[in-house]
Design a protein around this ligand. Sequence first.
Ligand SMILES: [Zn+2]
Length: 277
Amino acid sequence: MDRRTLLKYLSIGVAGTSLTTAVQSLASASGGTAAWGYTGTTGPSNWGSLDPAYAVCGTGTRQSPINVNTTQAIDATPTDFEVNYQSFSPTIKNTGKTIQVDCPSGSTLDLDGKTFNLLQFHFHAPAEHTKNTQLFPMEVHFVNALLDAAGNIVELAVIGVFMEVGSYNAQINKIFNNMPTTSGGTNSPSGVSINPEDILPKPKLDVLGLITEPLKYYRYNGSLTTPPCSEIVNWILYDRPIKISQAQLDQFEALYDNIARPVQSLEGRFVLEDKLT
Ligand SMILES: [Zn+2]
């Protein structure tokens, strides 16, 4: 599948409207309709042959997730990277594949001089990426899209954050405490406001507000980790995990505990390392 075809598949119109259409388009970005899952004959090893629109899942050379070998990551020249997310009252959706929160317009991510719009964020259990082959129990993905003047998705920037078991996480609780239990279910809890930026790890500061520990992140070019596995993603993986309690992990795993694509071959790609200061 060439890039032009991909862009056609991803083509949507949202100009002058909310990002809802873009979110829905992303969910069915391929034009492919074949059912897929995480086990058995429709599992990840067969995605590429389930539907012609999913072919790149099997034949691609920039597939995600990957294992990040931090000792081989290349120091990048400092890049323009800034998250500017806004608070909103979330609607929490059980898609049948994950728990997802669609985001209203107004939350943006600046990367390499381009402004991406936050479309949605969702969870995987276990994590998809690994760090030095370490597998974390969960990973959250913040999906940001660069739109052209007509509102078509040009490329994506996805922030991946590992989640490990430690202390209770009040921000994550806003989602996990309100997850619909059945596929297709939605829940808009009253009185709940969330800013996705509050979920992200931050550089560590001392009492004077000076940075004592910058936040490292890794960048590489990859794909969607679900069909159609389109190779249009600027991946940004934060080095430091966020923490959730064991009870919160149990809460999520009661709904989903095997929604992760295995790591894919690096195929000669480089991983860059940079830090937020
Ligand atoms: Zn994901």
